[in-house]
Design a protein around this ligand. Structure first.
Ligand SMILES: Cc1cc2nc3c(=O)[nH]c(=O)nc-3n(C[C@H](O)[C@H](O)[C@H](O)COP(=O)(O)O)c2cc1C
Length: 206
């Protein structure tokens, strides 16, 4: 990894494909930032390659559907398995972290999933990045097409109607919000990586 580029891993689970669309949008937003690269890392099978991808990343964006008010069990299995990383002297310390979730209800208690991701990041000594977009779709003149229509600060939310396939849901409005989260994480990660490189070169010169 070059000291001037930012490597973003989108670590996600999707049972039926809807959250996978959101994950793709997050990655698309990240790679739209010059100097950033993004990798989709599905968590269905926790192979050595998955852990290697996450270890190599400067930022990890966690994503899962909300099932029964919290991240899906597959994601929770990953979170518990990451205790081995935690035990290894906080191996993910100082990586940037963020999160996204999708569910069928407008609320569906999905804030709880974002809180779960942020606590996971904190336990790993990571640095959480939220969304910096005022809530959309929250005035009489507002539109469903507004960015952040579901009004979350902690991370990106999406909503998928339960009778629509992953080709049709979540809607474009939520995918744009996911892209915005990816872009923000990429920009912050670039700052973080480049700042760390500068500090290292200053201390080498001293
Ligand atoms: C076991 C299970 C539990 C669910 N629990 C919730 C929930 O708590 N809130 C909600 O709004 N939707 C809930 N849903 C709906 C899913 O979040 C929704 O269908 C989502 O689009 C699935 O994403 P995926 O295709 O990536 O798996 C649940 C679905 C399943 C299968």
């Amino acid at each position: 990894m070059s000291n001037n580029s930012a490597r973003i891993a989108v670590a996600y689970h999707s049972g039926y494909g809807h959250t996978a669309k959101q994950a793709e949008a997050v990655a698309r937003g990240a790679v739209g930032v010059s100097g950033a690269e993004a990798k989709l890392v599905p968590l269905d099978e926790l192979t050595d390659a998955v852990w290697a991808e996450l270890d190599a990343a400067d930022a990890i964006i966690f994503g899962a559907p909300t099932y029964m008010g919290s991240p899906s069990a597959v994601f929770k299995t990953f979170a518990e398995a990451s205790a081995a990383v935690w035990a290894d002297d906080l191996r993910w310390r100082d990586k940037i972290a963020a999160g996204f979730t999708n569910s069928k209800a407008m609320s569906g208690d999905k804030l709880n999933s974002l809180i779960d991701f942020s606590v996971l990041a904190a336990q790993h000594g990571m640095i959480w990045v939220g969304l910096d977009i005022y809530p959309g779709w929250s005035a009489s003149t507002a539109s469903i097409e507004d960015l952040n229509r579901l009004g979350s600060w902690l991370g990106a939310m999406a909503q998928s109607d339960s009778d629509l396939s992953a080709e049709q849901a979540p809607p474009a409005t939520d995918l744009r919000t996911a892209e915005a989260l990816g872009a923000r994480v990429a920009k912050i990660t670039l700052r973080h990586v480049r700042g760390a490189a500068e500090i290292a070169s200053e201390s080498d010169a001293a």
